[in-house]
Write a protein that binds this ligand. Structure first.
Ligand SMILES: Cc1ncc(COP(=O)(O)O)c(C=O)c1O
Length: 402
């Protein structure tokens, strides 16, 4: 059981069922697949030809400028992952042992571990049953004099209720760091996700809308963090000032680590970001087809579907079903597997994880998280998912009786 579960949760394609069959009616449909947009190899070649393959080369700078323009943010720094961008946020906010950081239990491990690494205690908040985002109505009672930050996660690229979250954060003088791993190009009331918190983080992992395999970015909305962020990303050194000719040698000036990706990764990412309109149009079609064609089936069996409130423009990151029970989810996974289609689930509640319990999760009450975690199922969703492939997935789901 554990073996099957770990395979289902795995983001490592080598652990997924093999055998891409040749017959298109039976060929394996993965949950996620990397899709190149066309310019990736040319840009990698250019980085190599120009002999700058370490960080902060041409393509890193191009990504920075493009992301700053896309988001309307004062500064964006590429990082080696969203996890690393979150760790940078922990360092920049000077999170200390004993500080508390409020974050949803229903999220990826990194949202919590990045701050736990600095000695902070994660305070887990439950989610809303509609958007599966942190329940802002429960936020205020979790704030204490030790609260250092609130980390909203825009789940599936659908915005959290940022007005309420920011109002509470402002009133108590607490920082907001958006974990926007899913939400690049999503909006809340017309404003880009990733531009609400003093800091925000992006993921460019292979499973995301735009990817360089492993990668991320720190979005700096409070310009006061810009210089320190450069230092934190460059091993705690003032190398950035040295490169700009502002000092004649560089040295160790603060806490930091190696969070700067190679320009080869930036080259891949730049190709993907340049194609953002095509990618988003594809993903929108995929999302809308699932939503339209599965609506009646879902309604007749009491299966939940994603909720996108009118004030939110989503990023079309994923499509999920909320099955009536854990058992029906397990049966649907097997039903799809038997048709060579991989579906996956996530997240296991962090407050009940080994580390979550050690750090105080036992005292948390997150019943919605526990319920959703048992019932949520993600369907195959990637830029190159073809219409016939998706039709097969939809047909297979429709044949299933929960
Ligand atoms: C909400 C959330 N935050 C952070 C991460 C970590 O992203 P990365 O793999 O880029 O470190 C993920 C990964 O999927 C995620 O879902």
């Amino acid at each position: 059981m554990l073996d099957i579960q770990s395979k289902l949760l795995s983001r490592d394609p080598s652990l997924w069922p093999a055998q891409p069959a040749t017959d298109s009616d039976t060929a394996f449909i993965p949950f996620n697949r990397f899709c190149k947009t066309g310019m990736e190899f040319a840009y990698i070649q250019q980085a190599i030809d120009e002999m700058h393959v370490s960080g902060n080369g041409r393509f890193t700078k191009l990504c920075h400028a493009l992301l700053e323009e896309m988001l309307g943010a004062p500064k964006v720094l590429l990082t080696t992952s969203c996890t690393d961008a979150l760790e940078m946020a922990g360092l920049l906010l000077d999170v200390q042992p004993g500080d508390e950081v409020i974050l949803p239990s229903f999220t990826f491990v990194s949202t919590a571990s990045a701050f736990a690494l600095r000695g902070a205690r994660p305070v887990f908040i439950d989610i809303r049953p509609d958007t599966l985002n942190l329940d802002e109505a429960q936020l205020e009672r979790l704030i204490t004099p030790r609260t250092k930050a609130i980390v909203p996660v825009h789940y599936a690229g659908v915005a959290c209720e940022m007005d309420a979250i920011l109002e509470i954060a402002r009133r108590y003088g607490v920082a907001v760091v958006e974990d926007n791993a899913h939400g690049l190009l999503g909006k809340y009331k017309g404003k880009n996700l990733g531009t609400f918190g003093c800091l925000a983080t992006q993921s460019f992992h292979e499973t995301k809308n735009f990817t360089c395999g492993e990668g991320g970015a720190l979005v700096i909305n409070d310009a006061g963090y810009c210089e320190q962020a450069e230092i934190v990303r460059d091993k705690g050194t003032n190398r950035g000032r040295f490169v700009r000719g502002q000092v004649d040698k560089y040295t160790w000036v603060g806490l930091g680590s190696s969070y700067l990706p190679s320009d080869i990764l930036a080259a891949i990412l730049y190709a993907q970001l340049e194609s953002r309109e095509t990618i988003q149009a594809q993903r929108r079609h995929i999302w809308e087809r699932y939503n339209m064609r599965l609506r009646d089936w879902a309604a007749s069996y009491g299966v939940g579907m994603p909720v996108v409130p009118p004030q939110c423009q989503q990023s079309f990151h994923m499509f999920y079903l909320l099955m009536p029970s854990e058992g029906s989810r397990a049966r649907l996974i097997r039903h799809l597997q038997a048709r060579n289609i991989l579906s996956v689930f996530h997240y296991l509640p962090l407050h009940l994880s080994q580390m979550g319990l050690r750090l105080g999760g036992r005292g948390c009450s997150c019943p919605v998280t526990e319920d959703v975690s048992n019932r949520l199922l993600r369907l195959p969703f990637y830029n190159g998912l073809t219409e016939p492939e998706q039709a097969r997935v939809i047909r297979a789901v429709q044949e299933f009786e929960p």
